[in-house]
Write a protein that binds this ligand. Structure first.
Ligand SMILES: NC(=O)c1ccc[n+]([C@@H]2O[C@H](COP(=O)([O-])OP(=O)(O)OC[C@H]3O[C@@H](n4cnc5c(N)ncnc54)[C@H](O)[C@@H]3O)[C@@H](O)[C@H]2O)c1
Length: 286
């Protein structure tokens, strides 16, 4: 059923989704408008295959074969024209996602499923820009994709049962566990996760504790595998801010983005990807 996939956007999430797809033997074309990002994603995917071999998740021969299944391009047409499923992972901006879906609708085969990896936004609104809203769905992956098991499969208003079934099958085929969620801003996970992260940021701002101690408290006291501030750094503070802005707009006051988050993004402190966020990643001796 899935011979060929495409991923649009080769950033933090797109490259991970492309890796998980190829790792499980499905050919995938990864598209981005930025050549440097595509180069960086190539290095990342090579590293992930190396790790897969090292930890015994894949044999050396299969890794060699599957890595050849990833193609890189700046052309949306090249990525979309023969894909059975396309996963969009561009910035969390509704206008941009709608624009991409309009193009994909023109370029993709008639049978293709169009999925968005949005963390918070309405798949119904994105699907409405296409002539196939019944074949549109959200496939919400988690960061880092190679390690995280879950995909939230989010049903938009017009998503058909057949599309839901196929989307779940695709998730399972690439080694993930799926939950079915009905559309609502922030779905089941981002809504809670963003709130916890934002509260931790407010607590840093109010001087309740240090960044390290607030994270430690959540890990050791509430058994969270990661602290909310280190998680926000991993997500990317710009991405997190866009998530908060959307949730604030759709769900109200309790999602107002923490002023400290806004200040960090303005300063270019975007978390791990820029070298500094709530933590400093530039000192490699630490
Ligand atoms: N970062 C996370 O932890 C996380 C987790 C789950 C879901 N998401 C969602 O995944 C999506 C991507 O987030 P990310 O963190 O990977 O962002 P990112 O900023 O790391 O990557 C986005 C990529 O999109 C590319 N892009 C921008 N415009 C494009 C266009 N017109 N065509 C093709 N590529 C284009 C950019 O060049 C960039 O490489 C967002 O919707 C985000 O909410 C993120």
């Amino acid at each position: 059923m899935f011979q060929k996939a495409a991923v649009i956007g080769a950033g933090t999430m797109g490259r991970g989704i492309a890796f998980a797809t190829a790792m499980n033997g499905i050919a995938v074309t990864l598209q981005d408008i930025n050549e440097d990002t595509l180069e960086a994603s190539k290095t990342y995917i090579q590293e992930q295959f190396d790790i897969g071999v090292k930890i015994g998740k894949i044999s050396e021969d299969d890794a060699k074969q599957n890595i050849q299944k990833v193609n890189y391009t700046t052309s949306m047409e090249e990525a979309a024209h023969d894909a059975d499923i396309i996963i969009e992972a561009v910035l969390e901006l509704m206008d941009l996602k709608i624009n991409i879906f309009k193009q994909l609708d023109q370029l993709a085969p008639r049978h293709a499923i169009l999925a968005t990896n949005t963390s918070t936004m309405s798949p119904t609104e994105i699907a409405a820009a296409t002539s196939r809203p019944d074949q549109c769905v959200a496939l919400h992956f988690f960061n880092p994709v190679p390690k995280m098991k879950l995909i939230e499969v989010v049903r938009g208003l017009e998503t058909s049962d057949e599309t839901m079934e196929k989307a779940m099958l695709f998730g399972e085929r690439i080694g993930k566990e799926c939950v079915q969620i009905n559309e609502f801003p922030g779905f089941a996970t981002s809504r809670m996760n963003c709130l916890i992260g934002n509260e931790a940021m407010n607590m840093v701002m109010e001087g309740v504790g240090s960044v390290e101690d607030i994270d430690k408290a959540m890990k050791l006291g509430l058994n969270h595998p990661m602290g909310p501030l280190e998680l926000a750094d991993l997500v990317g503070l710009d991405t997190r801010l866009r998530n908060m802005e959307y949730l604030h707009e759709t769900l109200g006051e309790k999602f107002r983005p923490c002023p400290l988050l806004i200040k960090y993004v303005k300063a270019g402190r975007l978390g791990r990807k820029s070298g500094k966020g709530f933590y400093d990643y530039t000192d490699t001796t630490k």
